[in-house]
Write a protein that binds this ligand. Structure first.
Ligand code: UTP
Length: 290
């Protein structure tokens, strides 16, 4: 079955990026000239997604405004002859069919995904974490969708994390299927001892889920931090029907972390066709003084 729906959870409180996120959603923080969430929506669209549900929260109305038309601004741009900028601004509202729903209480990523149940119905769907920007020629979401179409099971984006950091992540039991694709049959969330570590592979940023996840989420008790954790529901899925893991290509930036934001800004600016060269010269000058 073709995957055409995606969910972007963007209702978190972003406490690791305070004070920037006090009134500005972290998903709207700028990387060069676009908010993080626009990169994510563009990745979904480039992966064949046509319908996107963004999970928001109180105070996140600016996300809705960003994907809406902006008649006053558009008129001004046209009147002043800025046709290129006008077209770019209008195109944002035409990227996909974008829907919004509010997660009324911030009860965790699993709870946020469960808010998408009636939008999803009986279809498989992609989840793109609203604070994970992944840049690459082959969109990460498309790589996961291809694995779903081939193996027919829920798919998780996976990456190897450093050994001394695995205790902060989930650790997956994986067996290689082909190249960068693995079957995943168990996982341990935040392993406390070396013995508990199943592998250095952890789930990061993207997944393709089947609608049976909703019944599992309904029965998932609050876990770490008193929140309903998506990984707890995924563990049930891995242990029962199994999942597929894709060690996706592309560079991932964690916009929920201050260092991640700085890395995204520098590296994406270097690739920018207009600013890239002058920014590179600037960085070289600065580097001489370090
Ligand atoms: P995170 O756990 O990284 O987001 O969730 P957070 O809770 O905002 O992080 P802190 O406060 O800095 O630790 C990953 C994604 O899930 C969304 C977030 O917006 C982020 O995009 N999320 C998280 C929700 O939509 N709802 C929630 O209840 C929690």
């Amino acid at each position: 079955m073709k995957v055409t729906k995606a969910v972007i959870p963007a209702a978190g409180l972003g406490t690791r990026v305070l004070p920037a996120t006090k009134s500005m959603p972290k998903e709207m923080l700028t990387i060069v000239d676009k908010p993080a969430i626009q990169y994510i929506v563009e990745e979904a669209v480039n992966s064949g997604i046509t319908d996107i549900l963004i999970i928001t929260n109180r105070g996140k109305g600016v996300i809705e405004d960003h994907f809406d038309r902006s008649p006053e601004l558009e008129e001004r741009l046209l009147a002043s002859g800025k046709k290129d900028v006008y077209e770019e601004v209008v195109s944002i509202s035409k990227l996909a069919n974008i829907f919004f729903i509010r997660q009324k209480e911030t009860k965790g990523l699993g709870h946020a995904v469960n808010c998408a149940r009636s939008f999803i119905g009986n279809d498989p769907f992609a989840v793109l974490y609203g604070d994970d920007v992944i840049i690459g020629e082959d969109p990460a979401c498309a790589q996961l969708i291809r694995a779903y179409e081939k193996y027919g099971k829920a798919v998780v984006g996976i990456k190897a994390v450093p050994e001394d950091a695995i205790s902060k992540y989930s650790s997956l039991k994986v067996d290689k299927l082909e190249d960068n694709i693995y079957s995943c049959t168990d996982m341990v969330e935040k392993p406390k001892t070396k013995e508990e570590v199943l592998s250095l592979y952890s789930i990061l940023g993207r997944c393709v889920l089947t609608p049976d996840i909703f019944d599992i989420l309904d029965n998932t008790k609050p876990g770490a931090g008193g929140e309903i954790q998506l990984t707890d529901a995924m563990k049930t899925l891995a242990r029962t029907v199994g999942m597929t893991g894709v060690d996706f290509t592309g560079k991932r930036y964690d916009m929920g972390d201050k260092l991640g934001i700085l890395q995204a800004t520098v590296e994406i600016a270097l690739q920018n066709p207009v600013l890239g060269n002058s920014f590179r010269e600037y960085l070289k000058d600065i580097a001489k003084t370090l």
